[in-house]
Design a protein around this ligand. Structure first.
Ligand code: CAA
Length: 379
C-alpha cells in the first residue's frame, strides 16, 4: 500500500490551496455575512480545470484521478466550505450522475459547459415529504405522448438559485413507487421551472440553497437519464459518489479549524506562557490530529475504491460519517480553545463550526450512513 501522493496529486493540491488563499479567503467573511456566493472565484475554478478534474477529456474534463478531485474539494473547503459543497454537488452529483448513467448525447450536450464552470448543475431528489426516505418522492413526470410533463416541488437544493441544469428525480409511474422513479436532465430555461424560497441557513451561508418548482415542464424523452423506472438506483449510485465529496468537504473543515487552533496555541500568551505549554491543550490537539488522520485514510480509501473500480458504496458511507463527525468535533474544540476570540467571526472557527453541522445531515444523515453500513453487515 502506498501512502504517498503522486506528483500530479501534490501539484493539484498546491494549485487549489493557492487559489483558495487568493480567490476565496479575502472575501469569505463577507460572503458568509451576506449569504453571497463568490461566482467569479467559482468561474476561475472552472477555467483552471478543477470542476472537471475526474472526468474524461472527451466531455471537457481533465482526466485526472478521483483522489486528485477529493484533494481539491478538501483544499477549497478548508477556506470556504460553501464553495466546497457547491463544487461537490456540481461535480459529484450532477456531472457524476450523468457520467454514471446518461446517454452519450446527454453527456456531450451538458457536461462540457458544466465541467468548465460556465454553467452550474444541481441534484433534485429531496422533497418536503421525502428527505431520508428518498423513495417517498411525489413529483411526477407523466408521458403525454410527446413529452414527460413534470410537476412537483423539490427542496433544500444546493446550487438551486445558481444552477442552469438540474438532475431531477420524478415518478413516471406513480403506482410503482420506487420502481416508477426516473431521472431527467431539466434546464432552468425550460418553461415552468422556477426558483422558490431561498433558504436562510445556520451555516454554509454563501452556498445557495432553495426550492425548485416544476409546473407542467415539458421534458423531452431524450433527457431521461438511465432507463425509465431505474431512477432510484441512479440516485443511490450517484449519492455514493456525492458522499465522498461531502466527506472531503468535512475533512477540509476539520483541517482548516485544526490549523487555526494550532497557530493560536503557539501565538496566544496567558498566565505568562504560550497556550501550548498547557498539557491539556496539547493532548487535545494530539487527539484531534489522530481523528483527522483516521478520517483522511478512510476518505482516501473510498476515493481509491471508486477510482480503481471496486465497490465504494460502503467505504463512501464510512468516510462520510467519520469525516463529517471530525469536522464537527474539531471545529467545536477549536472554538473552545480560542475562547472568546473563537466566538468572533474574524477568527473563522465559529463559521467552520456552523458549516460543519450540515455535513452530518445532507447527502444522507450520518444515521442513514449507519443504515447503509449495517445493511451490508447482515445482508
Ligand atoms: N447503488 C445502486 N443501487 C442501489 C444502491 C446503491 N448504492 N442502494 C440501493 N440501491 C437499489 C437497490 O438495489 C434496490 O434496487 P432493487 O429494488 O432493484 O433491488 C433499490 O435501490 C432500493 O434499495 P433499498 O431497499 O435499500 O432502499 P430503501 O428505500 O430501503 O432506502 C436508503 C435506502 C439508504 C435509506 C435511501 O433512501 C437513502 O440513501 N436515503 C437518504 C437520502 C439522501 O441521501 N438524500 C440526500 C439528498 S441529496 C442532497 O443532500 C444534496 C445536496 O443538495 C447537498
Amino acid at each position: 500500500m502506498n501512502f504517498q501522493l503522486t506528483d500530479q496529486q501534490l501539484s493539484i493540491q498546491n494549485i487549489t490551496r493557492q487559489l483558495a488563499q487568493t480567490e476565496l479567503l479575502p472575501t469569505v467573511l463577507k460572503d458568509d455575512e451576506e449569504g453571497k456566493f463568490p461566482e467569479k472565484a467559482y468561474a476561475k475554478m472552472g477555467q483552471m480545470g478543477l470542476i472537471g478534474l475526474p472526468f474524461p477529456k472527451e466531455y471537457g474534463g481533465q482526466g485526472a484521478d478521483y483522489l486528485s478531485y477529493v484533494l481539491a474539494v478538501e483544499e477549497i473547503s478548508k477556506v470556504n466550505s460553501s464553495v466546497g459543497i457547491a463544487y461537490s454537488v456540481c461535480t459529484s452529483l450532477f456531472s457524476g450522475g450523468l457520467i454514471n448513467s446518461a446517454s452519450e448525447e446527454l453527456k456531450k450536450k451538458y457536461l462540457p459547459d458544466v465541467l468548465s464552470g460556465k454553467k452550474m448543475g444541481a441534484f433534485c431528489l429531496t422533497e418536503p415529504e421525502a428527505g431520508s426516505d428518498a423513495a417517498g418522492c411525489k413529483t411526477t413526470a407523466l408521458w403525454d405522448g410527446e413529452a414527460y410533463v413534470l410537476n412537483g416541488l423539490k427542496c433544500f437544493i444546493t446550487n438551486g438559485p445558481l444552477a442552469d441544469y438540474f438532475l431531477v428525480f420524478a415518478l413516471t409511474d406513480p403506482e410503482k413507487k420506487t420502481k416508477g422513479l426516473s431521472a431527467f436532465v431539466v434546464e432552468k430555461a425550460m418553461p415552468g421551472v422556477s426558483v422558490g424560497t431561498i433558504e436562510n441557513k445556520c451555516g454554509i451561508r454563501s452556498a445557495q440553497v432553495s426550492e425548485i418548482i416544476f409546473e407542467n415542464v415539458r421534458v423531452p424523452k431524450e433527457n431521461m437519464v438511465g432507463e425509465e423506472g431505474r431512477g432510484f438506483a441512479v440516485a443511490m449510485k450517484d449519492l455514493d459518489g456525492g458522499r465522498i465529496g461531502v466527506a472531503a468537504q468535512g475533512l477540509g473543515i476539520a483541517k482548516g479549524a485544526y490549523d487555526i487552533a494550532l497557530q493560536y496555541l503557539k501565538d496566544r500568551q496567558q498566565f505568562g506562557k504560550p497556550l501550548f505549554k498547557n498539557q491539556y491543550l496539547t493532548f487535545k490537539m494530539a487527539e484531534l490530529s489522530v481523528q483527522i488522520e483516521q478520517a483522511q485514510y478512510m476518505l482516501y480509501k473510498a476515493a481509491m475504491d471508486k477510482q480503481e473500480g471496486r465497490s465504494y458504496s460502503i467505504s463512501a458511507a464510512k468516510a462520510k460519517m467519520v469525516c463529517t463527525d471530525a469536522a464537527m468535533q474539531v471545529s467545536q474544540e477549536a472554538v473552545q480553545m480560542l475562547g472568546g476570540n473563537g466566538y468572533m467571526k474574524e477568527y473563522h472557527v465559529e463559521r467552520m463550526m456552523r458549516d460543519a453541522k450540515i455535513t452530518q445531515i445532507y447527502e444522507g444523515t450520518n444515521e442513514i450512513q449507519k443504515l447503509v453500513i449495517s445493511g451490508s453487515l447482515f445482508r
